[in-house]
Design a protein around this ligand. Structure first.
Ligand code: HEM
Length: 203
């Protein structure tokens, strides 16, 4: 796509720049977002959300990957439609994701783990496996420091700035292990940064 004289046209340049800078997210996350909206609201809400996000008639497949921008557009529009802040939606969606993620990656789970052990091992088990299966995916780096038997610190690092999703996933993991009422999840930094710290304590 070159203009007269062999120069890159403006639009081709933009497309190239987008290609080089955008990241792609696992289709599973999109198919679960679709199901979340369909079950919490209804199918027509999902269709409206797609339209408002400029993705009309788009279907998502769990075997493919899609640009992060689609996720930002969908969550941003959902926040406008519902009046619920995007950060809060990220959290709710994160909680919802957990049972399916656990099911999909169950062979990497140790049956003796409870909430804190699972969080401690996510990075070297589940997220490592995601990276291995799909080189184009980039789950966040979770640096987890186990402070003692009942406490740990998660350092979430991702240019996607989805710390809210991380907080929601932690709550979802606690619910999965039936420990929701014993586990305190305390973000100690704002949730929309590239580095978010989450303190998790079992009472
Ligand atoms: C059963 C356990 C888990 C599985 C199977 C899992 C799997 C995944 C997958 C498939 C993605 C999409 C990656 C991509 O498309 O690049 C992802 C993203 C993500 N995961 Fe996990 N995950 C698990 C646990 C966790 C936990 C415990 C946290 C938080 C403490 C977490 C935080 C996130 C966040 C925030 C993202 C969004 C992408 C980003 O922020 O860069 N995950 N995970």
């Amino acid at each position: 796509m070159r203009g007269p004289g062999g120069t890159l046209t403006f639009w081709a340049f933009l497309a190239l720049a987008e290609e080089l800078t955008s990241h792609y997210m696992h289709g599973t996350i999109f198919t679960l977002l679709k199901r979340y909206v369909q079950t919490q609201y209804d199918h027509s809400t999902w269709v409206k959300l797609l339209e408002l996000s400029g993705l009309s008639a788009r279907d998502f497949n769990h075997k493919e990957v899609y640009p992060d921008e689609h996720m930002y557009a969908l969550i941003g529009q959902a926040a406008e439609m519902t009046g619920i802040p995007a950060g809060e939606l990220h959290e709710k969606f994160g909680e919802y994701l957990v049972p399916d993620l656990m099911y999909m990656y169950q062979k990497y789970l140790d049956p003796n783990w409870r909430t804190l052990d699972m969080l401690e091992h996510t990075e070297n088990t589940m997220h490592r496996q995601v990276r291995r299966e799909h080189t184009e995916n980039a789950p966040p780096v979770l640096q987890v420091t186990r402070l003692n038997e009942n406490e740990l610190l998660i350092d979430y690092v991702s240019s996607r700035r989805m710390g809210g999703l991380a907080v929601g996933i932690v709550r979802g993991v606690a619910a999965y292990y039936d420990e929701a009422d014993r586990i305190d999840v305390m973000p100690t930094t704002t949730e929309d940064g590239e580095r978010v710290q989450i303190h998790v304590r079992r009472n």
